[in-house]
Design a protein around this ligand. Structure first.
Ligand code: ZN
Length: 273
């Protein structure tokens, strides 16, 4: 470093106020760089640093892993396959209006577990075990609407940011190895929906709200969501809740909140023939 530069630095850093102003400037620039945006439907302002492309890469890596691990159990024909494709296609079409860059795809896996999830960037996984609980197309649309809303509202990216793991995630996306195994485990855990790290309560509630509007936009009667959640509550009464619910708080207020969003969803609903 040349002498004049060193002198200027020494001058600046010797003055705490200047140092604070400089720090504020740096933080301000970082905040400007971080992506300020609104969630779909709920219009909540959020800061997300991972770009759409980065989220897609993160999700795609996880998706490829899941498909490899379950290769023998992937369902690719039959009535259950057809139902999942039919409903997912309509929900995906609605979600792509909010996230046109995401590439949507759904895979049905033969597993006796009541679960479904959507990875960042639009890759959906459904277990056959949730289909009897979903009951019909509108029930499945309720589930998929909710899961897809987690992706369009970028909830995983928010969790990564909240846990100060953006740098780690970016390194994983870049295929690098400059992260500690412990950090890697934490990012993987955030992506692993079967893990013990659930979405926050407010994210769950937001996914319910967005999902309800999505199913209505896709031409499914949003009142069916209320019927679906009441079926879920009855099914979990007296024994362990289905896996899908253990990630998703099933408190009595949930149905009440969903009823509150019904008028908004019904305005966007026109039945399809
Ligand atoms: Zn959820």
């Amino acid at each position: 470093m040349s002498n004049p530069v060193r002198a200027v630095l020494a001058f600046l850093l010797g003055r705490p106020l200047v140092a604070i102003l400089l720090a504020a400037l740096v933080v301000g620039v970082l905040l400007l760089n971080s992506h300020r945006q609104k969630t779909p439907v709920t219009n909540r302002t959020q800061h997300v640093e991972l770009t759409d492309a980065q989220q897609m890469q993160l999700g795609n890596q996880e998706y490829a892993k899941t498909l490899r691990a379950n290769r023998a159990r992937i369902v690719s024909s039959g009535p259950q396959y057809a139902e999942v494709q039919r409903v997912a296609e309509r929900i995906e079409a609605v979600a792509s209006r909010d996230k046109p860059k995401f590439v949507w795809r759904v895979t049905l896996i033969r597993k006796d577990e009541a679960n479904a999830y959507c990875l960042p960037g639009g890759k959906i996984v459904v277990y056959t075990g949730i289909l009897p609980l979903a009951g019909n197309d509108a029930g499945l649309a309720t589930v998929l609407g909710h899961e897809v809303a987690h992706a369009t509202a970028e909830h995983v990216a928010e969790r990564i940011e909240r846990n100060h793991l953006t740098e780690v995630a970016a390194t994983i996306i870049a295929g690098g190895v400059a992260f500690s195994p412990a950090q890697f485990v934490r990012v993987s855990a955030l992506l692993d929906v079967g893990s013990s790290l659930p979405f926050s309560r407010s994210q769950e509630s937001e996914a319910d709200h967005i999902g309800l509007v999505y199913m209505a936009r896709a031409g499914y009667d949003p009142r069916q969501a209320v019927a679906f959640w009441m079926r879920m509550q009855r099914a979990s009464r007296g024994h362990e809740p289905p896996e899908f619910l253990s990630d998703h708080p099933s408190d009595a207020h949930r149905v009440q909140r969903i009823r509150g969003w019904l008028p908004e969803a019904e305005r966007e609903y026109s039945p399809r023939t």
